[in-house]
Design a protein around this ligand. Structure first.
Ligand SMILES: [Zn+2]
Length: 552
């Protein structure tokens, strides 16, 4: 039930102690005997919360909050367990990933042989001529120590077109039948912003297609998803995410169909995380002509920024850098859009009231994107633009100063140091001092968020905490130790900063009266465990809007 008067009071009063009886001061639910870290700087610790109609009614000591119990209020003893606000993954791809999990072969396997076997099994159940699609393949994590080839795919699946996407999502591997169907051969020129890899010895296509060179395949892979599939995908992925303590997700590249899928899942009771849906630039005209802009929706499904893309990927080593990749002196990465193009699209959305978000990994791409934003801010100043730099991976002092001046928000990868450590050699130790630069952002007065970019990075918030606090990969190598943050800072980044990035800091991101009752109950206290064991902290329960969406 909606109770606008009471909520408006709570918001404007900014009440932190117990509240006077307005429409309803009686809680539905009380959680007590907890070790609660609120992320509210004015009252950082608490023992108990009272919840009414999906919001925190009171936050305080056991004694004060339990005194509010009356009538039918349920009481839950947390047994001293640690409670944090629900985590906010400020950049990932839940709708697409959910559908991939429904229909495609999960190639997150540790040998090429295992990937071939999984593709072969899927092909046996797929009518000849139809596509066999794989996702989450990672070229640096298979035991053969070499990337997948067209030959591997042909050997496993000769009679179906095959495409296996890298978990980074910017490049893919295709077999011979797929090349033939897409009419791509050894003489096909590389498109702007893309590359068909050739064997340097023979000139033969290797099957590895990068960035815009994926277009010929994207065009012919039929979209067979039904409206139900969109809803089912959302159901599956938000279930997976909620188990790890995520209560809100920013979909970083949504479409109108994805928005419909989120709404359908919400109506059927299958949406377990709140969604802030950034809309891909290619769909922006449809949205603008419908009169929709950033902020439309409610606390469950809301329209986010318009999303554009400037350069390549970190996990696939195609980000556009000012200094070349280590060991490849002529490789600076790929720009996929030029500044004039970005400006034209951004101007249209900015004028229509949209927040902007642009994928910019390398320092060259960040500079270009900032130039576009700075120009727009000069020409059409926004009082509170919150311009988003998606990923914003490789930074410099100069870029930080410009971001601060603009009030820009970075959404750096939170799990890459830990999970993708073996790829960091291609960036080099020195450059890592300026990558995923949480310390530099915080010290520069900027609010970075927690972000997985899933599928490219794992989304577990506990892995994000460990990666950000230790800057150590799973093999024990330390990358960019100067960028370490504290557990407390990493938690604030993963909660309140994510809310700020979606203009929702008045609604969520901390445990305080009037905010949405989104929280996570942990099996251990992350402030007390060894930082290199944070990843093992169990998530026992996740609550969204006063209801448990996950219980171990
Ligand atoms: Zn992304």
């Amino acid at each position: 039930m909606y109770a606008p008067n009471r909520r408006d009071f709570l918001r404007t009063a900014g009440a932190f102690a117990l509240l006077p009886a307005l429409e309803k001061s009686e809680p539905d639910l009380i959680l007590h005997n907890g070790n609660i870290w609120t992320v509210n700087a004015r009252a950082p610790r608490a023992e108990a919360v009272a919840i009414s109609e999906g919001r925190f009614l009171a936050v305080g000591s056991n004694q004060d909050v339990l005194a509010m119990a009356a009538g039918r209020a349920r009481k839950i003893d947390l047994g001293g367990k640690t409670v944090l606000p629900g985590f906010i993954d400020a950049h990932s791809h839940p709708a697409v990933a959910g559908r991939q999990h429904l229909r495609q072969v999960d190639c997150d396997l540790r040998s090429i042989a295992a990937i071939q076997q999984a593709l072969r099994e899927r092909a046996a159940k797929t009518p000849p001529g139809e596509w066999v699609l794989g996702f989450k393949y990672d070229d640096t994590k298979t035991s053969e120590g070499r990337p997948l080839t067209r030959g591997d795919l042909d050997a496993a699946v000769p009679d179906h077109p095959v495409q296996v996407e890298h978990r980074g999502g910017h490049t893919a591997w295709v077999n011979s039948m797929a090349l033939k169907m897409a009419k791509v051969d050894e003489n096909t020129p590389d498109p702007p912003g893309g590359k068909f890899d050739h064997d340097p010895a023979t000139g033969r296509l290797t099957g590895h297609v990068r960035e815009n060179a994926r277009e010929p395949f994207n065009k012919i892979i039929p979209d067979t998803f039904t409206r139900d599939d969109y809803r089912e995908g959302v159901k599956l992925i938000t279930k997976m995410m909620s188990r790890t303590g995520i209560s809100s997700v920013h979909d970083a590249f949504g479409t109108p169909e994805d928005l419909q899928g989120y709404q359908d899942a919400r109506e059927s009771g299958d949406l377990r995380c709140r969604i802030y849906c950034l809309i891909g630039y290619f769909a922006i005209d449809r949205m603008i002509s419908a009169g929709i802009r950033t902020g439309f929706g409610d606390e469950w499904v809301r329209v986010g920024a318009m999303k554009m893309v400037c350069d390549g990927s970190i996990s696939e080593r195609t980000a556009r850098l000012s200094q070349p990749y280590i060991g490849r002196p002529n490789d600076y990465g790929i720009l996929v859009a030029d500044e004039a193009e970005l400006y034209e699209t951004a101007r249209k959305a900015h004028a229509a009231g949209w927040q902007l978000g642009t994928h910019a990994n390398g320092d060259v791409a960040i500079d270009k994107t900032l130039r576009v934003y700075e120009r727009l801010q000069r020409e059409m100043p926004h009082r509170d633009g919150r311009y988003r730099l998606e990923h914003c991976t490789v930074i410099s002092d100069g870029l930080i100063q410009r971001m601060k001046a603009l009030g820009a928000i970075p959404t750096p990868f939170s799990t890459y140091v830990y999970y993708h450590g073996e790829k960091m050699r291609e960036y080099g130790a020195e450059r890592l001092n300026h990558m995923f630069a949480l310390r530099s952002f915080l010290d520069g007065g900027i609010r970075p968020t927690q972000a997985s970019d899933y599928p490219p990075g794992p989304f577990e918030p506990m892995m994000a905490l460990q990666s950000s606090v230790t800057r150590t990969d799973s093999k024990g190598n330390v990358w960019g130790p100067n960028q370490k943050v504290t557990v407390e800072e990493a938690i604030r980044i993963g909660t309140l900063h994510g809310a700020y990035a979606s203009y929702e800091e008045h609604l969520k991101g901390s445990i305080e009266p009037g905010k949405l009752a989104d929280l996570v109950v942990l099996g251990q206290d992350p402030f007390k465990v060894d930082p290199s064991a944070l990843i093992n902290v169990p998530v026992e329960r996740t609550m969204v809007g006063g209801g448990w969406v996950w219980e171990a």
